[in-house]
Design a protein around this ligand. Structure first.
Ligand SMILES: Cc1ncc(COP(=O)(O)O)c(C=O)c1O
Length: 394
């Protein structure tokens, strides 16, 4: 069989299952409205939750950093790629997360994969939420530790699994804000469980950083349990409108990661301009809390309106609104019809979500207007009726 024939056959199976993926191209910056081809459409699939991807202050920070440090970092962090701006960002992240130290990686994926595979080894047991992000799952695999998956957000199941699969050294790991359902991990209960059993607790704040908590510190800040978290990871690529990932924790942990985390050691440092943008974004997170309150008001309004239109919308206090539609083809058809009506929202299908739960994942931005949301509700309702997802009379 030729290489082409081999992969064409594999792709045709993916197509038959309704799971074929294609990139949609945005021809403009990632704002509340974007250009898709030559049309302007409402963006409901961006993780730039605070609307900072188009912020002039961030652009200026990038320009200045390029002038000062050039474009690429030129090397990995331990060889030649560390500039003062990388160190400054690490100090600011530690300050922001109120930990002893922090370390930045080239992506959030690399942070999770690098941290878990470095902290745990084959003598450890990792207890991992069933719906954790792929980067956590891959970190668990890379570590060689025994990974025990517990029911999503289910602390009773976790307790049972800890008793059934005890460990001398163990780690509980969870997303803080689950990115496709938009729900929060039961962090206070997880802290209590970790303490009771002498386990480490690692929380990925990728979607919560900058968004949740009074100061945007994330879900741990929202719940008031920062001290109970041993390892906090996150990304600059979502609310912070930049790129790169981070881990925040004790100084000894960070020192250990510098010496052992392979995705940190064997990869070129993020470009200095990326670090500069992240620093500028952290500043805005600190000084413009109204972005967070507007975002949450938008989410509450949209949930309520879609619920009243007849959709089954879970009531989570976050910026992500998930419309579960079931079969992948329904989700794709919904997304295509919305695009035709001027709304960009991508269908999320297996393996990103469990079979039978394909959906539209709507993510809101602080820079959406109420008018944008009213438009979204009317078009989503119209398509929901066309596809028979909601009753015609509603
Ligand atoms: C929960 C979670 N963790 C980690 C990541 C990875 O972050 P990054 O995009 O910076 O690699 C993502 C998103 O992509 C995510 O959703």
């Amino acid at each position: 069989m030729t290489t082409d024939a081999l992969f064409a056959q594999k792709i045709s199976r993916i197509r038959q299952a309704g799971l074929y993926r294609q990139m949609k191209v945005c021809h403009s910056p990632q704002g509340a409205r974007v250009k898709a081809g030559d049309r302007e459409v409402l963006m409901l699939s961006s993780n730039s939750y605070l609307g900072l991807c188009t912020d002039d202050r961030l652009k200026e920070a990038a320009r200045k950093a390029v002038e000062m440090y050039g474009t690429g970092a030129g090397g990995s962090r331990l060889i030649s790629g560390t500039s003062p701006i990388h160190r400054e960002l690490e100090a600011q992240v530690a300050f922001f997360k109120q930990t002893g130290a922090a370390l930045i990686f080239s992506s959030g994926y690399m942070a999770n994969a690098g941290v878990i595979s470095s902290v745990a080894d084959k003598n450890w047991v990792i207890y991992s939420d069933r719906l954790n992000h792929a980067s956590i799952i891959d970190g668990c695999r890379l570590s060689g530790a025994r990974t025990v998956v517990y029911g999503h957000g289910d602390v009773n199941d976790l307790e049972n699994k800890i008793r059934r699969y005890p460990s001398k050294q163990g780690l509980i790991v969870t997303d803080a804000l689950f990115s496709v359902d938009g729900d929060l991990a039961p962090l206070p209960a997880l802290v209590a469980t970790a303490r009771r059993h002498g386990l480490l607790l690692m929380v990925d704040e990728a979607h919560a950083t900058g968004v949740l908590g009074k100061n945007g510190g994330g879900a741990a800040e929202l719940f008031g349990i920062k001290d109970g978290i041993d390892i906090s990871t996150g990304t600059f690529s979502k609310a912070l409108a930049s790129e790169g990932g981070f881990v925040a924790g004790s100084a000894a942990l960070i020192d250990y990661l510098v010496n052992t985390a392979r995705s940190f050691i064997f990869s070129t440092a993020m470009p200095p301009a990326g670090a500069a943008v992240s620093l500028a974004a952290l500043d805005i997170v600190r000084t413009e809390p109204q972005r967070r309150s507007t975002l949450m008001e938008h989410a509450a309004w949209l949930r309520d309106s879609l619920g009243r239109a007849g959709f089954d919308v879970a009531n989570h206090p976050t910026q992500i609104v998930s419309l579960i539609l079931g079969e992948p083809r329904t989700a794709t058809a919904f997304s295509d019809r919305l695009m035709a009506r001027g709304i960009f929202v991508t269908a999320i299908r297996p393996p990103t979500v469990p079979a039978g739960t394909s959906r539209l994942r709507i993510s809101l931005m602080a820079t959406h207007t109420r008018g944008d949301l009213e438009f979204a509700v009317s078009e989503i309702t119209a398509v929901g009726r066309e596809l028979g997802v909601i009753g015609r009379e509603k």
